[in-house]
Design a protein around this ligand. Structure first.
Ligand code: CAA
Length: 269
């Protein structure tokens, strides 16, 4: 069960009703966007459910795979949000526009919570992207640590073309990955970035044929699990902090992490 945001109120609805599946197999959890008839369009309920999954992730999980059912990874936000009647039980942009600033900020912050946990140091998140990843779909892929793309993948940051900004945590990873000029070009043209270009500019770790996507993700996750959990967590934490530190600060951070590792491994031996 998950709480679906509703312009400030909340109701309990099931993952199946929201169009999500969540499966755990040992150390690997798989989140599947499962509304193929709507091209896995996302709603406030999707984001609340993602946050709920993050809050309740089984302790043993080390890898989280995010994938989509049907022809597209995700066609972004449910376009019914743009209509006056909105999405049944979840409000509309028109209803959100009437909220005061703190309530409106909180609504967006709640949506962002569904994405932010995917960067937690203790897990590695992998987006398996095929077909379209538009708007919120592209941002969900960007929220993950790694992206494996089928060669039919098309990434598009469509929000500016709809008068909006990308606000589901995607702007920072996009700039970090491709640099500011390319990020401006991708967002403000709202063009589609194909899989091969995505790999070339740093948006994908791997591109494979669509029928090989699941196998490639399986191979990658198996390889990632070869490293022990504590060393993997500490190393990810270190790498995540690198861009924001000077060389001296990063060297100090390396020392601190290594002291903990070596004491854990060798103290008293
Ligand atoms: N919301 C709701 N329904 C959607 C949808 C969406 N975002 N995208 C597709 N659907 C529905 C279609 O209405 C259609 O429904 P019917 O069968 O009832 O007609 C069904 O899914 C299949 O869609 P298509 O026939 O269009 O499928 P396609 O394979 O030919 O095209 C597509 C796929 C290119 C993704 C196309 O559907 C499309 O362009 N969708 C809209 C994409 C979009 O503009 N998304 C918003 C991005 S901005 C964003 O996400 C904002 C944010 O974060 C704040």
């Amino acid at each position: 069960m998950a709480e679906a945001a509703n312009g400030g109120s909340a109701e309990k609805i099931s993952l199946a009703e929201i169009g999500l599946r969540f499966e755990v197999d040992g150390e690997i959890a798989t989140i599947t966007l499962d509304r193929p008839d709507r091209r896995n369009a996302q709603t406030f309920a999707t984001w609340s459910a993602l946050a709920h999954i993050g809050d309740n992730l089984p302790q043993q999980v080390r890898i989280v795979v995010v994938r989509g059912e049907g022809p597209s990874f995700s066609a972004g936000i449910d376009l019914r949000m743009f209509t006056p009647e909105g999405v049944l039980g979840q409000g509309s942009f028109a209803a959100a526009a009437a909220l005061d600033d703190p309530a409106f900020e909180e609504l967006i912050a709640q949506a962002q919570r569904g994405f932010l946990w995917l960067r937690r140091p203790g897990i590695i998140s992998v987006a398996a992207v095929h077909g379209h990843a538009i708007g919120a779909g592209f941002q969900l892929a960007l929220a993950c640590d790694l992206r494996v793309l089928a060669d039919d993948a098309q990434l598009c940051m469509k929000e500016p073309a709809l008068g909006l900004v990308p606000d589901l945590t995607g702007t920072k990873p996009l700039v970090d990955l491709v640099g500011l000029p390319r990020a401006i070009e991708i967002c403000l043209t709202a063009r589609q970035v194909g899989a091969q270009e995505a790999a070339r500019i740093g948006l994908a770790e791997l591109v494979v044929a669509p029928e090989e996507l699941a196998g490639a993700v399986r191979d990658l996750t198996a390889a990632l699990l070869a490293t022990g959990r504590d060393a993997a967590t500490a190393t990810k934490r270190l790498l995540q902090g690198a861009a924001g530190r000077t060389l001296e600060e990063q060297s100090a951070a390396e020392r601190r992490e290594q002291i903990v590792r070596i004491r854990t491994l060798f103290a008293g031996s």
